[in-house]
Design a binder for this molecule. Structure first.
Ligand SMILES: *[C@@H]1O[C@H](CO)[C@@H](O)[C@H](O)[C@H]1NC(C)=O
Ligand SMILES: *[C@@H]1O[C@H](CO)[C@@H](O)[C@H](O)[C@H]1NC(C)=O
Ligand SMILES: *[C@@H]1O[C@H](CO)[C@@H](O)[C@H](O)[C@H]1NC(C)=O
Length: 140
């Protein structure tokens, strides 16, 4: 009886110990590729934070650059310079690409929210301030 249960258990253990070598990276990437549905918030790259104008990617941008800040829950430096594809949550208009240059850190920001520079934000809202935040879906 014991032998019968021990063998599969052993096989299971060796399987489990093999998993951490291989899977987390793949799960991580799949997780990151999923489309997010959240709020697009007006974000000013020219005034990133009180400590300076350097963004989390170590660069500077103006508000007329069409750039985005991804949530700090998702951000790591490998995202710097990558494209994010953004579409209005209501499906209106075409998806628009923007470059990731920063992480979004603010009170009340959710892990699926995205910071949109003014130049990018107007592409979705046509300057309608009532549309800040705007419901969006986005993926990297
Ligand atoms: C604030 O600026 C510093 C550098 O001046 C930067 O390292 C940090 O990531 C910035 N914070 C945010 C939220 O972008
Ligand atoms: C945002 O848009 C999605 C897709 O249309 C919808 O399912 C969701 O309920 C909307 N969320 C809000 C807060 O309007
Ligand atoms: C975004 O808005 C800018 C400024 O109005 C415009 O020049 C540009 O063509 C727009 N891009 C897209 C993809 O809508």
């Amino acid at each position: 009886m014991y032998k019968l249960t021990l063998v599969p258990l052993f096989a299971l253990f060796s399987l489990i110990s093999a998993i951490p070598e291989q899977l987390p990276d793949k799960i991580d990437k799949l997780e990151k590729r999923k489309p997010y549905n959240g709020e697009g918030l007006l974000y000013f790259p020219s005034v990133v934070n009180a400590s300076g104008t350097l963004n989390a990617c170590g660069g500077t941008n103006s508000d007329s650059d069409r750039v985005a800040a991804i949530p700090s829950a998702v951000f790591d430096e490998s995202y710097c310079g990558k494209k994010v594809k953004i579409q209005r949550g209501d499906g209106y208009g075409e998806p628009i690409g923007a470059t990731i240059v920063d992480q979004l850190e603010c009170d009340g920001c959710g892990p699926s929210d995205l910071g949109l520079s003014p130049a990018l934000w107007i592409n979705f809202t046509s300057f309608n301030e009532a549309m800040n935040p705007i419901n969006i879906t986005w993926s990297v």
